[in-house]
Design a protein around this ligand. Structure first.
Ligand SMILES: Nc1nc2ccc(CNc3ccc(C(=O)NCCCC(=O)O)cc3)cc2c(=O)[nH]1
Length: 203
């Protein structure tokens, strides 16, 4: 497995969200975990936590619209109000993103807008930056371009490999994604009409 795929298949971001939602102070409850791939670790983690799971295999659909439409139906079936993409690696159609606008969160392993797309950790190493990190953002139609909710910076060490840097970024992801989930689930942060972040308390 390519290193980046391997980290996606571990479901560690999902595990961090499961643990956060279990805390009594949490504003969130995870009601379903949907995977576009069968048999991945995240499905096992969800079942172990007593959370319902569904697999919507994108290979079984003739179009992105039908695939997204099926995911949408499952989300409606469970009364979902907020969606977190944790290692979900299929681009979503504009129709789906518009319907779930402001209710769809994603985590990306760089300080956006730097290093969009796949292999963000490798891009950072190759660019020679001394600081990178992770970003939780609302999903917009344009990939990795949505309004930023939370970021955490991570130092790049001279000795870093793609693996050692990815491990350090992953530790930050496990703090940033739960933090962003709470901010949005509690209503402290929302997506404004102008497509920009709106903080309840901020003047
Ligand atoms: N419209 C929209 N949808 C997304 C779906 C997933 C993710 C997660 N981050 C991702 C960022 C990039 C990719 C990507 O380029 N994958 C290779 C092509 C896979 C495919 O053909 O589907 C996937 C997920 C982000 C977005 C986003 O920012 N906007």
């Amino acid at each position: 497995l390519k290193m980046s795929n391997y980290s996606v298949l571990l479901g560690t971001n999902l595990q961090a969200l499961i643990e956060q939602a279990k805390r009594p102070c949490s504003s969130a409850e995870i009601v379903v975990v949907i995977s576009n791939k069968p048999g991945v670790q995240g499905l096992k983690r969800a079942s172990l936590a007593g959370i319902q799971t569904r697999v919507v295999d994108h290979k079984l659909f003739g179009s992105r619209a039908e695939f997204d439409g099926t995911i949408d139906r499952v989300l409606e079936e469970f009364g979902v109000e907020l969606v977190c993409l944790a290692g979900f690696m299929r681009i979503l159609t504009g129709t789906f993103v518009k319907k779930w606008n402001g209710k769809l969160l994603n985590i990306h392993p760089s300080l956006l807008p730097s290093f969009k797309g796949v292999n963000a950790q490798k891009q950072a190493l190759q660019a020679g930056v001394r600081v990178t990190g992770c970003t939780v953002h609302f999903v917009a139609e344009e990939v990795d371009a949505g309004a930023i909710i939370v970021q955490e910076a991570v130092p790049v060490l001279g000795s870093d490999t793609e693996e050692s840097l990815s491990d350090r970024i992953r530790e930050a992801e496990h703090r940033a994604f739960p933090a962003a989930l709470e901010l949005v689930a509690s209503g402290a942060v929302s997506l404004g009409e102008d497509g920009r972040i709106s903080w309840k308390s901020h003047s």
